[in-house]
Design a protein around this ligand. Structure first.
Ligand SMILES: [Zn+2]
Length: 308
């Protein structure tokens, strides 16, 4: 089991030498997910040692260029490298026709299938789940339709109490039931699974809030997040600009984190007008101490972050 996040791009609309436009890679229990895909994302994937063919799900928050201009190039490279497994892309309704136009004008017939899933949830809704993970989407408040995403581990198996199992002489075939929290029946007697197990490790979640102004509509989605990424394009000095453009300041991101009892906050999408993110961090920490800044190439091990 593992849950890690790599920041591929932490900048806003204009790429700089230090910050690529928005993109993040999430590896959750061997599921490989890309969130947003700004220009140059495939180069960032290479730079930070991530195999692009591993990516099976791409989540696009909205159709401002700094969040999806990297997609045609990435898909083209996947094709040139002979990809032979499908890819699922989640995003706004116009995304499918945009991408298909790019592919068609190049005269390519892709060597793999793309499944498009339109994101249109009006509240926190599940868009994908399997045995180990669940992905949900929820609406944000930006100038155009924009969605955030929540990636969560499913409930984990109970840990076995080897000593208790040995004492009762339980057999191997009893163990899967115990791990799933199911009582056993032996010689007409019910054996409670709690006697033979310890509680499971906590299931973690990561919440991604792309471009948005602060809004009550996504509070439920971020509540108690183990780690929330929240855009903080501006510092307090430019709060008027944030309001006009439906973005957030670092203080507003931190206020949302504090209000909804988020455990850790990561801010990013810093405007290129600033030399660095020091001021953003100072302002956010004045409200919510457990804040870090997204930086290109930053790897986060979510399990370590939530246990220090
Ligand atoms: Zn935007």
């Amino acid at each position: 089991m593992s849950f890690s996040i790599c920041i591929l791009g932490s900048g806003a609309a204009l790429p700089t030498g230090q910050r690529a436009p928005t993109a993040q890679y999430v590896e959750c229990n061997n599921r490989h997910i890309l969130i947003d895909c700004g220009e140059g994302t495939q180069l960032q994937l290479r730079k930070f040692g991530i195999k692009l063919q591993r990516i099976s799900h791409i989540l696009i928050s909205h159709l401002h260029g700094d969040h999806f201009f990297g997609l045609p190039g990435l898909i083209s490279s996947m094709h040139l490298l002979g990809r032979n497994r499908g890819l699922t892309i989640y995003g706004p309704t116009e995304l499918q026709s945009l991408l298909l136009s790019f592919i068609e004008v190049g005269g390519h017939k892709l060597c793999f299938d793309i499944k498009f899933v339109v994101t249109e949830s009006k509240s926190l809704e599940t868009i994908f789940e399997d045995r180990l993970i669940e992905i949900q989407s929820f609406p944000l408040k930006h100038r155009i339709h924009t969605w955030g995403y929540r990636i969560a581990e499913k409930a984990k198996p109970f840990h076995l109490n080897a000593a208790a199992i040995a004492e009762f002489g339980l057999s191997l075939e009893d163990l899967p039931k115990l791990k799933s929290g199911i009582n056993l029946e032996k010689n007409g007697k019910i054996l409670q699974f709690e006697k033979f197990t310890f509680p499971p490790s906590p299931s973690l979640n990561y919440v991604y809030c792309s471009d948005t102004k602060p809004w009550t509509g996504y509070e439920k989605a971020i509540e108690h997040a183990d780690l929330m990424y929240h855009e903080a394009t501006f510092t307090d000095q430019h709060s008027d600009r944030a309001k006009q453009t439906y973005h957030s300041t670092a203080k507003q991101a931190a206020t949302m984190a504090q209000k909804m009892k988020v455990k850790n906050l990561m801010i990013g999408h810093f405007s290129s007008r600033y030399d660095g993110s020091d001021q953003h961090l100072i302002e956010a920490k004045s409200i919510f101490e457990r804040t870090i800044c997204a930086e290109d190439g930053l790897w986060i091990d979510l399990e370590k972050m939530t246990h220090f």
